[in-house]
Design a protein around this ligand. Structure first.
Ligand code: ZN
Length: 156
C-alpha cells in the first residue's frame, strides 16, 4: 500500500494549494502521461510539473470524490491536451455550480474537474487549472504513488 500523507489544513480546491510551485519547476522535471476513458473515445495527454511519486496525488473524503473515485492531480489547462473526444465530455454541476465534473458520456469514466477559472475572471494561464483523475492514466501503478488526504467531508 502506498504512503498517505495527511493534509488536513490544505483544501485541494483552494487555488493557493493547487498553484503552489507550479511555475517554479524546471522543464526537465516535467513528465507527460497518456490518459483515456475506459472505452477510449476520449484521449488526452497530461503534463505534470514533476514526476511521480514526487508529485503527490490527492484523495478526498467529500461526496463527489467518494462517488467518482477521484484521485487527483492539478495540472494547468494548457498542460491537459485532448487528442480526441473533447466534445464527448459529459458535465455535471452541483452545490455552488461553479465547476464542471467531467466524465465520458459513453462509458461513464470519471475524468476530473474543470474549474472554469477563466470564466470566473482568472486571466493568468498558470492559475487556470484542471483536476485530472489519475485512474485514467495509462500504465500507472497506483500503489507506487504518494497520496495526500484531504478530509473534505468535514472541511468543505
Ligand atoms: Zn469512454
Amino acid at each position: 500500500m502506498a504512503a498517505i500523507i495527511p493534509v488536513k489544513d490544505r483544501n485541494p480546491f483552494d487555488p493557493r494549494f493547487i498553484f503552489d510551485g507550479v511555475e517554479a519547476t524546471s522543464e526537465e522535471e516535467r513528465t507527460t502521461h497518456d490518459a483515456s476513458c475506459h472505452c477510449g473515445e476520449i484521449k488526452y495527454k497530461v503534463t505534470l510539473k514533476w514526476p511521480f511519486p514526487k508529485y503527490t496525488v490527492n484523495t478526498c473524503s467529500c461526496s463527489i470524490c467518494t462517488s467518482t473515485g477521484y484521485i487527483a492531480v492539478y495540472p494547468c489547462r494548457r498542460d491537459v491536451n485532448f487528442i480526441q473526444g473533447y466534445e464527448k465530455l459529459g458535465r455535471y454541476r452541483f452545490g455552488t455550480k461553479t465547476k464542471d465534473h467531467v466524465f465520458c458520456k459513453t462509458c461513464g469514466t470519471s475524468i476530473g474537474i474543470d474549474f472554469l477559472r477563466a470564466e470566473q475572471g482568472e486571466s493568468d494561464p498558470a492559475k487556470d487549472t484542471f483536476s485530472i483523475n489519475v485512474r485514467t492514466f495509462k500504465d500507472i501503478d497506483l500503489d507506487s504513488l504518494e497520496y495526500t488526504f484531504f478530509d473534505g467531508k468535514k472541511l468543505l
